[in-house]
Design a protein around this ligand. Structure first.
Ligand SMILES: C[S@@+](CC[C@H](N)C(=O)[O-])C[C@H]1O[C@@H](n2cnc3c(N)ncnc32)[C@H](O)[C@@H]1O
Length: 259
């Protein structure tokens, strides 16, 4: 299966994503929840690893991490980060789920990859074939603030409501139909987006919403000037997030030694 992700992630979007991650408590919060499972694992497959939000801290802790990532801009950023930190235990596989055969890993992780976490996604059916000990999924949960004011801006600028991704209950229902009863832990963390100035913030919304018109930019300038908050010499789009960590231990495979 080929994903659409490759075209979506431009180098500039990836740079913004990395910048938000560098001040986020996302990884620490997720890894704390799955610590009992992580303590039993040496290898992890991070599906849709992005620029390494979880791959990097996991590689600092475990023996080896495989990062599956279809976007070359994301994969490049992850490789840069791994090099900068001297991490040699990360294998980056450039591809989407289903494109490449993957060996078993102790843990399979998949965070915020909407198309894989839909209740009818083949990924949910197939994931048990590549994991030995367990699976952890992270997906948006109700209770987050309006993502980057999209609920307000979509109707005004694009003439349609912001759909947003489906939420974690649907994934849990999809798993139940497969006979999987996971532990579901809700987490709160910050995903604030920093900018150097108002013009950079306008660039962000223009790019994310695929806007071109200069008149729209003028509208955004006024809109954002009222909503962004001061952050040292720059500006910040505050974004408190809530997500669900959905995780379970896998059943041992026939002939596999446990413990
Ligand atoms: C929102 S980012 C999340 C990245 C990272 N997991 C995190 O939590 O920060 C979603 C990532 O999933 C990747 N992706 C999208 N579709 C995919 C698929 N079918 N298989 C694997 N990765 C996919 C995208 O390229 C993107 O890097």
């Amino acid at each position: 299966m080929t994903s659409r992700a490759g075209g979506f992630w431009t180098e500039r979007k990836v740079a913004w994503y990395r910048r938000a991650l560098s001040r986020s408590d996302f990884a620490r919060t997720v890894l704390e929840v799955i610590r009992p499972l992580l303590d039993e694992c040496e290898s992890v497959l991070d599906v849709g690893a992005g620029c390494g939000a979880l791959t990097i801290p996991l590689a600092e802790r475990l023996r080896r991490v495989t990062a599956l990532e279809p976007s070359s801009a994301m994969a490049k950023a992850l490789a840069e980060e791994a090099r900068a930190r001297g991490l040699r235990n990360i294998t980056i596989v450039e591809g989407a789920w289903g494109d490449v055969a993957l060996p078993r890993h102790d843990l399979v992780l998949c965070a915020h990859v909407g198309e894989l976490l839909r209740p009818d996604s083949p990924f949910l059916r197939e994931v048990s074939a590549v994991c030995r000990r367990g699976v952890a999924l992270v997906r948006d949960a109700g209770g987050s603030d309006d993502k980057f004011f999209f609920k307000e801006l979509y109707p005004i600028l694009l003439g349609r409501p912001y759909g947003g991704p489906c939420e974690h209950e649907e994934t849990v229902e999809g798993l139940a139909r497969l006979g999987v009863q996971p532990t579901v832990s809700l987490i709160d963390y910050r995903s604030d987006q920093p900018f150097d100035d108002l013009e950079e913030a306008c660039d962000f919304w223009m790019e994310y919403m695929a806007l071109r018109d200069e008149g729209v930019r003028e509208f955004l300038r006024n809109f954002l000037a009222e909503r962004l908050v001061a952050d040292g010499p720059g500006l910040l789009a505050p974004y408190p997030k809530r997500a669900a960590v959905i995780w379970w231990r896998s059943s041992p495979q026939p002939g596999e030694r446990v413990g």
